[in-house]
Design a protein around this ligand. Structure first.
Ligand SMILES: Cc1cc2nc3c(=O)[nH]c(=O)nc-3n(C[C@H](O)[C@H](O)[C@H](O)COP(=O)(O)OP(=O)(O)OC[C@H]3O[C@@H](n4cnc5c(N)ncnc54)[C@H](O)[C@@H]3O)c2cc1C
Length: 281
């Protein structure tokens, strides 16, 4: 379908982009890779009056590591994250759709969009990362735990632009990502991400588990994490912890899977993701 008519600007500074967004009012939208927004516009599920394209804004791309923190510019493409050494984030980004989508879609776009079926929101949540946003009243940092409010709803204000994503350095962590979909380029029916750090005696010093498409927002599998933290990392402990992966979840049933089947998938995928993470830790 053809989108409704809209105006378009491509400012050359962040301040100009923020001003355009402010002047455009509630119907103005930021355009990043366009791989979620444009399909919604074509379906007329979104009809922004103005698109503020971030492509010409300098300083919004690239991956930088310092003092134990990784800073990823909001306009960094999925391809660049997927081919980086960023452990869990790289593994998850590599499963996003196909190469064409990964060449265009951005990390800032997928986090601002807040789709619980997308791969990177649960990774940000599990890694206890954050996003930096700029708006009329300056800059603020939003912790991942406060970012995803409801289905396709984040705590970003309408006049704010997400500029940077922060995650802890993956050094010392093993990562595992298990995604179940019907075709390789599809969104996840369910996906589980896991990061594990081993203690000197080989037990589980720390573990983080994130769930994709198991509710209206990305979720953390806290019961499974608690079951494994401080325990041995043998097959029985992993299986027992993974058995709790669906605790507290409310997965949406859809054409592909019932709620119960998604809970089953979460348990199976959690075991696989943990096994992969433990082997890499
Ligand atoms: C065929 C297909 C398959 C896909 N499969 C997957 C998949 O398997 N897994 C997956 O995770 N994703 C998938 N996607 C989505 C893809 O990852 C998108 O790139 C991503 O969701 C949105 O990023 P974008 O840069 O394209 O954002 P856009 O579409 O440009 O924007 C999305 C939303 O975020 C807002 N926004 C964007 N950037 C910012 C910013 N910096 N600050 C504030 N607001 C911002 C926009 O205003 C808009 O509301 C798929 C997309 C397609 C077309």
């Amino acid at each position: 379908m053809i989108p409704a008519a809209f105006d378009y600007v491509a400012p050359e500074s962040l301040d100009a982009a923020l001003a355009a967004l402010r002047e455009g009012g509630e119907d103005a939208k930021v355009l990043a890779g366009g791989h979620s927004l444009v399909p919604l516009m074509k379906l007329r599920l979104a009809a922004p009056s103005l698109l503020v394209d971030l492509r010409r804004v300098p300083g919004l791309t690239g991956i930088d590591r310092s003092n134990g923190t990784v800073r990823i510019g909001a306009m960094t493409r999925h391809h660049d994250v997927a081919t980086s050494d960023l452990g869990l984030a790289a593994k998850a980004a590599a499963t996003i759709a196909d190469q064409q989508v990964r060449n265009r879609g951005t990390i800032g776009g997928t986090l601002a969009h807040g789709d619980p079926a997308s791969d990177l929101p649960a990774v940000l949540l599990a890694l206890e990362g954050s996003v930096v946003v700029r708006g009329g009243s300056g800059e603020r940092e939003i912790a991942a735990a406060d970012m995803f409010q409801d289905y396709l709803t984040t705590s970003l204000a309408e006049d704010e632009i997400l500029t940077e994503v922060r995650i802890p350095s993956p050094d010392g962590w093993g990562a595992g990502y298990a995604k179940f979909n019907r075709r390789v380029e599809d969104w996840a029916m369910v996906a589980v991400c896991a990061a594990v750090r081993k203690a000197a005696d080989g037990s589980c010093e720390d573990v983080r588990i994130g769930l994709t498409n198991m509710g209206g927002t990305p979720l953390r599998a806290t019961a499974a994490e608690e079951a494994l933290r401080g325990r041995g990392l043998d097959a029985a402990s992993i299986a027992s912890a993974a058995g709790q992966a669906a605790e507290g979840t409310d997965p949406p049933a859809d054409l592909n899977a019932s709620e119960d089947y998604k809970r089953h998938l979460a348990r199976v995928l959690c075991r696989r993701a943990l096994e992969e993470a433990v082997a890499a830790a």
